[in-house]
Design a protein around this ligand. Structure first.
Ligand SMILES: NC(=O)C1=CN([C@@H]2O[C@H](COP(=O)(O)OP(=O)(O)OC[C@H]3O[C@@H](n4cnc5c(N)ncnc54)[C@H](OP(=O)(O)O)[C@@H]3O)[C@@H](O)[C@H]2O)C=CC1
Ligand SMILES: O=C(O)C1=N[C@H](C(=O)O)C[C@H](O)C1
Length: 249
């Protein structure tokens, strides 16, 4: 995602790529990477050595790095646009407090794809009428965190409108532990990891005699760039850290 985002910034005449950061790379310049030959963009490997006049920080890293990265950005007046998933609710709340204190705009979006944003909205609408729901997220097998940030966000949005309900048979048992997936407020979330997949989600609703399935597919990582582009273009107009791309659409 980092290189896809870097390419998007390079390709956009309104943006200027002024630096890249990867704690584990040894390159001193992005141009040393064959995919970006000809580019002259400084590469940083340690937060303490970053010197930049950047106005926006795009973060697609790992769950254990994103909190410190976002804190660094906000403390330096740089607006974070965060796609990295896996932060705790406490970490997100901390960053929101910091952004408010520093009056820095920012966005955390569990999914920058328009199809996923719409799926979450449609699922929230359907949950008012169908309280019995199962979420199935499907991703490539390099993904570290599960369930996906999108699945957690979908469950949270559904929980805002759904009548509290413990689904299924109260006497149900699991012959193999985990067979029924993770649980969020009585809903079940299942995480599939397979080579060949990119990022996909289905929300299944069931009711006596009928069912509704809502599905979205990211077939290519380029699908996330529509939202990242919107966020990078607008985020400096804000003074708080928002959650969800829908805030900017
Ligand atoms: N919100 C959205 O729309 C989307 C969100 N995501 C999320 O974005 C994140 C990244 O996904 P993806 O690109 O597939 O994952 P990758 O594992 O391919 O990339 C993670 C990158 O982070 C780098 N990295 C590792 N440690 C650090 C560190 N301490 N500081 C800075 N960079 C570091 C890695 O470097 P190295 O290669 O050297 O190890 C790697 O380049 C995940 O959390 C994923 O869920 C993904 C797609 C869309
Ligand atoms: O790791 C991924 O690939 C993705 N992660 C995000 C998530 O956890 O929801 C967004 C998208 O599903 C792709």
């Amino acid at each position: 995602m980092g290189s896809t985002a870097a390419q998007m910034v390079i390709d956009n005449a309104d943006f200027d790529l002024v630096g890249v950061y990867d704690a584990r790379s040894k390159d001193q310049n992005l141009g040393e990477d064959a995919r970006f030959s000809g580019q002259d963009v400084p590469a940083f490997h340690d937060l303490t050595t970053i010197k930049t006049d950047a106005t926006v920080w795009i973060d697609f890293t790992i769950p254990t790095a994103v909190y410190e990265n976002a804190k660094f950005a906000i403390n330096h007046g740089i607006s974070p646009v965060i796609g990295t998933t896996g932060m705790t609710d406490e970490q997100v709340a901390d960053l929101q407090k910091l952004a408010k204190a520093k009056q820095v705009g920012g966005l955390i979006a569990p999914n920058f794809g328009i199809s996923a944003v719409l799926l979450m909205q449609f699922a929230q609408q359907a949950a008012k009428y169908f309280p019995d729901v199962e979420i199935i997220e499907m991703h490539h097998d390099d993904k570290i965190d599960s369930p996906s940030g999108t699945a957690i966000s979908t469950a949270k949005k559904i929980a805002e409108v759904r009548k509290p309900k413990q689904q299924g048979n109260p006497d149900a048992t699991e012959t193999l532990p985990g067979a029924r997936g993770a649980e969020y407020e009585g809903m079940r979330i299942h995480a599939v990891r397979l080579p060949g997949l990119v990022a996909h989600e289905e929300v299944m609703f069931g009711s006596p005699g009928e069912g509704l399935t809502i599905r979205q597919d990211s077939f290519d990582r380029i699908s996330f760039m529509t939202g990242v582009k919107v966020a990078v273009g607008k985020i400096n107009q804000y003074h708080e850290l928002m959650i969800g791309l829908e805030n900017l659409l």
